[in-house]
Ligand binder design. Structure first.
Ligand code: ADP
Ligand code: MG
Length: 234
């Protein structure tokens, strides 16, 4: 056949292949405003789990991400969520993005990690966790939150008192799904997921993907793409 044409096609395929070894955040498809915020924070180059998952999450796929502590899972789900939610504000009490986490500490850690980036794309982030006054959280929700980070119990309470409604959630992330299972949160997590739209996007991140986590995956994720990064060599 036509050799030059074939090479040109191959070259094009290589250049546009987002799974090539070292994509930048911009090449993964993140908006300039987010890339700039990362750079300001000294984050220049995606970690492997981020390079693997961000493109698929931006494309709207359900993603299963497995990686050890410190591998960079927060930005792996957080950045595509912010990119996809940017541009249209959520109604009071009706967040469009939801991150479920097992602990208060993790909630505030994620909020801190995503705060600047959210601001850069005009999104409002808030966390609701147990052990803090529920009235203040209800007021915060009433002022409008685009991305809500929550522990299951407190979110359940806020829904019962009609301060939160999950019917407009278009993207859910479950972080540390294995710990949520270990801590006995799965019944609450499934109840909460049942309140989100069935056709919404779901991202699940965990250090392990077996047992109870697998049940969640089978029940709630649609044709998920799985990306795993190995633990660092000891
Ligand atoms: P995990 O949730 O997988 O345990 P985190 O998302 O908490 O990991 O990230 C661990 C640390 O690495 C955090 O301090 C975070 O700011 C930092 N980090 C994440 N991604 C990058 C990156 N691409 N470049 C540099 N530092 C990063
Ligand atoms: Mg984490």
């Amino acid at each position: 056949g036509d050799l030059p044409a074939r090479f040109a096609a191959q070259r094009k395929a290589v250049l546009s292949n987002s799974s090539r070894p070292d994509p930048s955040f911009a090449e993964l498809g993140l908006p300039v405003a987010l890339v700039q915020t990362l750079r300001n924070a000294g984050i220049e180059k995606p970690f492997p789990i981020q390079a693997a998952t961000i493109g698929d999450a931006l494309a709207g796929r359900d993603v299963l991400g497995r990686g050890p502590t410190g591998s960079g899972k927060t930005l792996a789900f957080g950045l595509p969520m912010l990119a996809r939610l940017a541009g249209s504000p959520s109604k009071p009490g009706r967040p469009r993005g939801l991150v479920l986490v097992p602990t208060r500490e993790l909630a505030s850690q994620i909020e801190r990690s995503l705060d600047e980036a959210a601001l850069a794309v005009g999104l409002r982030v808030a966390s609701v966790v147990g052990g803090a006054p529920i009235k203040r959280q209800a007021d915060r929700l009433a002022r409008g939150v685009d991305l809500l980070i929550a522990t299951p119990g407190r979110l359940d309470d806020l829904i019962k008192q009609r301060s939160a409604d999950l019917s407009e959630v278009s993207i859910v992330a479950l972080d540390e799904a294995d710990h949520m299972a270990d801590m006995g949160f799965l019944p609450q997590v499934t109840r909460l997921l049942d309140r989100t739209p069935k056709n919404g996007q779901r991202l699940l991140f965990s250090a392990t993907l077996d047992g109870d986590v697998d049940k969640l995956v089978k029940r709630y994720m649609h044709d998920p793409v799985t990306h795993s990064t190995a633990p660092a060599e000891a």
